[in-house]
Design a protein around this ligand. Sequence first.
Ligand SMILES: Cc1cc2nc3c(=O)[nH]c(=O)nc-3n(C[C@H](O)[C@H](O)[C@H](O)COP(=O)(O)OP(=O)(O)OC[C@H]3O[C@@H](n4cnc5c(N)ncnc54)[C@H](O)[C@@H]3O)c2cc1C
Length: 587
Amino acid sequence: MMIETGKTDILIIGTGGAGLFAALHAKQANPDLDVTLAVKGLVGKCGCTRMVQGGYNVALAAGDSVERHFMDTIVGGKWLPNQDLAWRLCEKAVERVNELENEVGCFFDRNPDGSLHQKAFAGQSFDRTVHKSDLTGIEIINRLMEKVWAAQVNKLEEHRAIRLIRAADGSGLAGAMLIDMRRGTYRYIAAKAILLATGAGPTMYRYHTPSGDKTCDGLNMALDLGLGLRDMEMVQFHPTGLLGGPDTRMTGTVLEEGLRGAGGHLVNGEGERFMFGYHEAGERATRDIVSRGIYQEMREGRTTPMGGVYISMAHLGPDHVAERFPGMVKRCRDCGFDLAGGLVEVVPTAHYMMGGVSFSADTSTEIDGLFAAGEDCGGVHGANRLGGNGVANSTVFGGIAGDSMAAYVKARKTWRDADQAELDKAVAEAEYPFSKPSGDLHGLREALAHTMWDDVGVMRDAAGLERGMKTVSGYAKALMDMGVSSQNRAFHMEWHEWLNVKSLTRISEVIALAALGRENSRGAHYREDFPDTGALEESTNTVIHAKGDKLELSLEKVDFSIVKPGESLIDDMAGMPSPIVAGGISS
Ligand SMILES: Cc1cc2nc3c(=O)[nH]c(=O)nc-3n(C[C@H](O)[C@H](O)[C@H](O)COP(=O)(O)OP(=O)(O)OC[C@H]3O[C@@H](n4cnc5c(N)ncnc54)[C@H](O)[C@@H]3O)c2cc1C
């Protein structure tokens, strides 16, 4: 099989907020650097940063502080975040949002006095979410994309990374193997530094929000390289995904939390407003609590015709709802629902992965030459991501990665030689489906989605998790007996779906194993057989490594490097806040 080759100083895999910021910072640090972006989709048109609705958390206003933002992040994350990473997030978000405004050119919404408008978001003790109406991500990505184009970086669009390649001498990373999806050919790019920024994405669940290009490929590549994935059981479900039926990709997409924040009611199939039976904050409880409430109603059969519950806004006045939530009203109308005046069917939907690759605050990893940033990484959010901390995470650490890689490359004059066996393996594994008869790939992915939803979803117990692991491992085996129907590799979407399902089944097994290993309930992870939080001082992170074909789980004690449970960096937060949505909204 012919492999085209190329060389660059810095290879960035993924072009969301993390990837684009990294490119910008690397070029700012040294305009002479050769920087290459490789992306499964088109630059600026794929990934989830573009989909950000609600906004960006940053402590700017008088009375707010980095310490306060940090404490909200630690408490929201149920004391599982890596505190050095969380601190770096909150501290650098201030610098990054100024950069977004003054250098990148984003126009965010403002107060009448000219200061940035900051809105309330769930689980936060201060209104700190900067936004551009409810389309913040489009503003950020469009402006970033223009800057990155002007900075003259190389672009490999519709190029899928399939394997990170070690150096022949074992000293670190040498490059990455890609598939040029347009032509169906292989391309090896040697790079002095590589950024993994593929954005993870829990798209293995029956209902999910992230963009379809995200199938956990980066996490899969990190496992192959021997890196640990931490806190992978922490999959965040957003309570109100649109339930438009099985035949529309709109099913699972987010109806923003502002609807509940504004006073929307959740009503079951029997017409009862049920959330106060689960929590005193009713619909305004945090997303994990509301997701569990909805799930319980569904499990007990009090459902809508399509199997979810209703969100009802009409009591707030249809005209008011239409004016305040035009995007949401339109989205529902497209699926045949009247949000402003009627009822809309909703269901919890897998939204974000708090877990991911273990990395350091300078974005370096255990593998020399490999850096990681954004949703591919674990550690920043612990057991729960606060709404507004996701895009802050990707842009803060993306920028840091650009700085770190530029400094790293300065000291590293030459490229490493690739390990030939790794190159051969990359191609052999990608070619595998061409050696098998085609099968029901779509059915396999559907089955995976149902198993993850039923057994490794919103509420978990040992029996379900064990069953889920066994079933998913059966799907992984079934995939290896199944191939693709055409040998023509150009724009071969069935082939790419096969590769997607391969990544998704493996990472699904990782999630199930980590969930089985955490015998307590924290944030997004709820074990019906272990409903207690467990002693906060004894908190552990789960870490999973691949050893050959096997996955191995270990538990590592949390290092409370800045603040210990029961303590606070600010006077009025000792003991920590309630899980009530502060007036608000998040995504
Ligand atoms: C609907 C929605 C609304 C959201 N709203 C908010 C919000 O209001 N506030 C907030 O803070 N967060 C929000 N989030 C979360 C936020 O979008 C993410 O946390 C963040 O943008 C992730 O950035 P990233 O750069 O890590 O990944 P992404 O922006 O997702 O980019 C990943 C990139 O990797 C590429 N890629 C994937 N696999 C490969 C491969 N094998 N080879 C090459 N390229 C690959 C993709 O094509 C894409 O370009 C929202 C998410 C969703 C889905």
